[in-house]
Design a binder for this molecule. Sequence first.
Ligand SMILES: Nc1ncnc2c1ncn2[C@@H]1O[C@H](COP(=O)(O)OP(=O)(O)OP(=O)(O)O)[C@@H](O)[C@H]1O
Length: 293
Amino acid sequence: MTLAIDVRGAGVQYGRTVAVENVSFKLEGGKIYGLLGRNGSGKTSLLSLLASFREPTKGEVLIDGKIAFENAEIMSQVCFIQENGHMMDGYKVKDAIKLAASCWPKWDEQYANHLLDLYQLPLKKSISSLSRGMKSALGVTLGLASRAPVTIFDEAYLGMDAPTRYAFYDEVLRDYMEHPRTFILSTHLIEEVGNLFEEVLILDRGRLLLHEESDTLRQRGVSITGPAERVDDFVIGLQVLGEQRLGGTKSVTVYGELNQERVNRARTDGLDLGPVPLQDLFVHLTKKGGEGA
Ligand SMILES: Nc1ncnc2c1ncn2[C@@H]1O[C@H](COP(=O)(O)OP(=O)(O)OP(=O)(O)O)[C@@H](O)[C@H]1O
């Protein structure tokens, strides 16, 4: 089941702070989406609109064609897991599981038990006594086992150590293949998780800077490496994002796809063309005072 998401001119304001401004995008659903943005760029505020936790100050958010806010039917289709939990500190793990089972109609108890075992989560322990990593694992368990048509993880796996995080990424992919639905993951760990994303949205100071297929975005960056003088000559007229030099060799990162003529010229000039990591593109695109896309 895929639910389309349609965000129309949405804004979130806290007093005088504008956290999200005039953001519009459509997600057809049934994909894994990455939401990227620097600290304070408005990711959590935007995601809380999708989860109906908050009403937009401006604009509207539609899920499956219906206004999401305070819509019980929609809320039961969206599971929003945050790093800090919203997770009833006074309760035990088994209470959180029980509550989740009653919230999400597609809750899969067997899968939840499998994940509880995998993460070795003690059912009888109170949530407040769990380590940070265990709290993350509980969040991840709730999100995955919810099988909600729209499952959102807002940095929810940050507390996990690296092997557990990688196991989580594998689990998301496996579960997504077996039970296709919409996943939205916000993250700072772009290199780790970037390969999962089919589409990427970047927020910058509350505004949507970019919404693209990740493959298209990756093709927007090219690194050109070779003898320094030839590289300098080659990049004239291109948008240079950064450069590194080692002796007489230089590597320059440019933004924008190279046309065939340029690609041929690089070959003739003996220059190497290579991909640019998503993380580097993100850093350049969201640099303070950067030009953006
Ligand atoms: N409850 C709130 N009251 C007042 N201001 C808030 C509140 N929540 C967020 N903000 C402000 O809104 C802006 C966006 O915050 P938000 O948490 O949405 O960003 P974020 O991209 O999720 O950040 P991070 O990556 O650091 O978690 C920030 O300037 C933040 O200080």
